[in-house]
Design a protein around this ligand. Structure first.
Ligand SMILES: *Cc1c(COP(=O)(O)O)cnc(C)c1O
Length: 410
């Protein structure tokens, strides 16, 4: 065994896969044969039946149904309908989730609505290490005095005060994979009289989420990562029912109107979660998420979590044997479904792995990120990926200048 004493073997991996209750889901995805895909946290894989769903929407609903499909094919109901199907994945009772727009746009809507629910307070707290679009969107908010954990104070407790209106945090950090204690943090924020907005981009589909039980106020999340909705899939938005009547989001388009087809010159918000909609949904990309949610209807999230932790723990044991430092918490309960390793040549090492068909990604400045999607990644895949990593490092092949060239998207 090349990894040295104590490191698990490929036989160990196969033994774990043999008793994997989620093993059967792999065949519900179409993946290239020569690829080990550890980037489903950035762009999820293609569900095998998605092309047929897309074909149906294009050829039958659009081609034949034409404008009649708004009613007859249920197009008009898709933002609310997909929200209902997604709700169990985030622990939300009916009527609190809609699918619409992008995560960035939905952040703007819920953050503005939340700020307006706390008149007299002007501070928004977030975290300096947040995914950049979350931080950039907070810069566009008016009014907001923004303070960042890790820059203006070390911790949330340092920054919370009686001017805090809203706290925005990622449930799982995109770079380190650290998982926040949603219940405890939400309680801490509420104790200061502020509202809590969760970004679920790196946790939805990776672990069970309990928005209602934790008392969360608002949340947003991605359709194209662990959910497998396809490139550019629409995002989703959660607003707790107790806020619906008072909440005023800023992008007051006709799809959020109480009576869009009354064509009134004045805006009046829909009752319920519908007031968070804005304009015409991009229906072709809704079809991809619609198909992806068929798979999720059959999934037990406790099993997802158990397998996710088994995969990440297995990878960590293998990479520990390589002496690679990790920025991901070692305590399983404190991490999402990824392992992030540091290496001075992280970018080139990731490129060398991709050349071998092992797809992970790089996050500045020196992090190699490997996402483990329990629906279609096996322990044997994890073993083979770690073995490829060992070879890339041992051979020094990552030092080849061609692996240093950067594309527009890293
Ligand atoms: C992926 C991701 C986004 C993506 O936002 P888009 O509007 O879809 O580009 C936002 N926030 C976080 C935390 C993410 O991980």
């Amino acid at each position: 065994m090349s990894q040295g004493a104590g490191a698990p073997t490929r036989e160990d991996a196969l033994a774990l896969d043999a008793v994997d209750p989620l093993g059967g889901f792999r065949e519900r995805f179409t993946l290239p044969k020569d690829v080990l895909y550890l980037d489903g946290n950035s762009l999820g894989a293609l569900p095998a039946h998605t092309p047929e769903r897309l074909r149906r929407m294009v050829e039958e609903e659009w081609g034949n149904g034409l404008i009649r499909s708004w009613n007859e094919a249920g197009w008009y109901d898709l933002p609310r309908g997909l929200g209902e199907r997604l709700a169990p994945l985030v622990g939300a009772a009916s009527g609190q989730v809609v699918v619409c727009d992008s995560t960035s746009v939905n952040l703007f809507k819920v953050l503005t609505a939340a700020m307006r629910l706390r008149p007299g307070r002007s501070t928004l707290i977030s975290e300096v290490g947040s995914f950049p679009t979350d931080l950039y969107m907070t810069e566009g908010l008016v009014p907001a005095r923004r303070r960042l954990i890790g820059r203006d104070g070390d911790s949330l407790a340092d920054l919370l005060d009686d001017d805090t209106a809203v706290v925005l945090l990622s449930h799982v950090d995109y770079r380190t994979g650290r998982l926040q204690d949603m219940a405890a943090v939400t309680e801490q924020v509420h104790a200061a009289g502020a509202l809590m907005v969760w970004d679920l981009c790196h946790s939805v589909g990776a672990l069970p989420i309990e928005l209602d039980a934790c008392g969360a106020d608002f949340a947003v999340g991605c359709g194209y990562k662990y959910l497998n909705g396809g490139p550019g899939a629409p995002a989703f938005l959660y607003a707790a029912a107790r806020h619906h009547d008072a909440a005023r989001q800023p992008l007051t388009g006709w799809f959020g109107h109480a009576e869009p087809f009354a064509m009134s010159p004045d805006y009046a918000p829909a009752t319920g979660i519908g007031r968070f909609l804005t304009g015409t949904p991009p229906l072709l990309s809704f079809a991809g998420l619609d198909a992806a949610l068929d798979v999720w209807a059959d999934v037990d999230l406790e099993r997802i979590r158990a397998k996710s932790l088994s995969l990440t723990s297995f990878f960590l044991r293998l990479t520990d044997a390589l002496g690679l430092p990790t920025v991901t918490p070692r305590t399983p309960a404190e991490r999402g479904s990824q392992i992030s390793l540091r290496h001075e040549g992280a970018y080139a090492v990731v490129q060398a792995l991709i050349a071998r068909g092992v797809i992970g990604d790089f996050r500045a400045p020196d992090v190699m990120r490997f996402g483990f999607t329990p629906l279609y990644v096996s322990h044997a895949d994890v073993f083979d990926a770690a073995e490829a990593l060992r070879e890339v490092l041992a051979s020094g092949e990552w030092r080849d200048p061609r692996f240093a060239q950067r594309g527009a998207v890293t």
